[in-house]
Design a protein around this ligand. Structure first.
Ligand code: FAD
Length: 313
């Protein structure tokens, strides 16, 4: 599979949000307020994260199930493969498909940092292996999937992946993921629009034709930005950290963060981004404020309208 051609220039901007499974009943209640607010903007899909060890598998599947049953939203299920065998993952993929999921973000997951990274016999090593497995499961279940194929998304990195020797290697991995059957990519958080534009340029030159959707995080929490560097190796811009740290109160911090996020998203759109994927951290206010400033808010869908996952976002 070579994936669809990039979206034409006048195509509507795709909108999507990332959610994570709630960790408590209070968090669940808060999440559902967020979901209803996000639903009113008719996004193309909402993605649901998945722990690298599969630790939150039940809550993730439960949330995906509820999104399908109780909302008009199309879920994109994140799935990580590190440490799991092909048989274990095939069972999870089958379960997702049987629940009605038709979009999967195929990821490797981060290696554990506690030294428990001993390779397991038969475990999948890379996201590429997971894409190929999803396509094999899809083929076996083709009768069930008559209503549409599974859309597979993958991760892309505007700043080098921490384990990768070079940004060129990252692009080769992205091309390999496209050749294995990826339909689109969502980027890791980045702080400079040139990094996104460079990724797109390098990827297109190498033959990557799938849509590369910038992942944008509302920069409204100083604590979250500081943790981000530790978790992803992507260092926040020092001037943004300084501006947030010197803000007088939450209101000012929020204004600074939203303004910086809008500038970044706008620059990515100016560079030809086919959509915006917002890392919401289960909070709707900042995400919707960013979209409002970008004039990307959409009206709610008519009640009961069914939507299908398209393979080109
Ligand atoms: P891969 O594409 O497999 O790459 C991993 C590393 O291996 C890279 O350094 C790459 O260069 C190298 N590599 C890949 N293939 C080969 C090959 N064939 N030969 C040699 N080297 C190779 N993590 C979670 O745990 N849960 C989530 O829900 C989650 N959601 C995410 C959503 C997005 C949009 C993004 C960008 C990341 C997400 N992550 C999530 C983090 C992700 O799991 C990590 O960044 C992880 O370290 C790499 O995942 P990957 O899918 O990019 O792996």
């Amino acid at each position: 599979l070579s994936g669809p051609a990039p979206a034409p220039q006048n195509a509507p901007i795709a909108l999507s949000y990332e959610l994570f499974p709630p960790r408590s009943p209070a968090a669940d209640e808060h999440l559902w307020t967020t979901i209803r607010e996000l639903e009113s903007t008719s996004p193309d899909y909402v993605s649901v994260t998945y722990g690298a060890s599969g630790s939150n598998r039940d809550t993730a599947v439960d949330l995906l199930h509820r999104l399908l049953q109780e909302t008009s939203l199309r879920p994109l299920a994140h799935l990580t493969c590190i440490g799991n065998t092909a048989d274990e993952l095939a069972a999870i993929i089958t379960d997702l498909l049987e629940h009605g999921v038709r979009g999967i973000l195929a990821l490797r997951g981060d290696r554990p940092t506690d030294g428990s990274a001993e390779p397991r016999a038969g475990a999948l090593n890379y996201a590429q292996d997971l894409i190929e497995l999803i396509r094999r499961v899809e083929q076996r279940r083709s009768a069930m999937l008559a209503a549409g194929k599974v859309a597979i998304g993958v991760a892309a990195y505007p700043a080098r992946h921490p384990e990768s020797p070079s940004v060129q290697h990252d692009v080769e991995v992205l091309l390999a993921k496209q050749r294995s059957g990826a339909d689109f990519a969502i980027t890791q958080v980045f702080f400079h629009a040139e990094q996104y534009a460079d990724l797109v340029l390098r990827a297109r030159r190498a033959g990557v034709s799938i849509p590369l959707i910038p992942g944008v995080m509302p920069f409204t929490s100083l604590r979250r930005l500081e943790r981000l560097g530790q978790l992803t190796g992507v260092e926040p811009a020092p001037e943004l950290l300084a501006a947030l740290a010197s803000a007088d109160d939450d209101g000012e911090r929020r204004r600074i963060g939203v303004r910086a996020t809008v500038e970044l998203a706008k620059a990515a759109l100016d560079a030809g981004a086919p959509g915006i994927h917002l890392y919401t951290f289960n909070q709707h206010q900042a995400a919707l404020e960013v979209l409002d400033r970008l004039n990307l808010l959409r009206p709610a869908p008519p009640a009961g309208k069914l939507r299908h996952f398209s393979r080109a976002h």
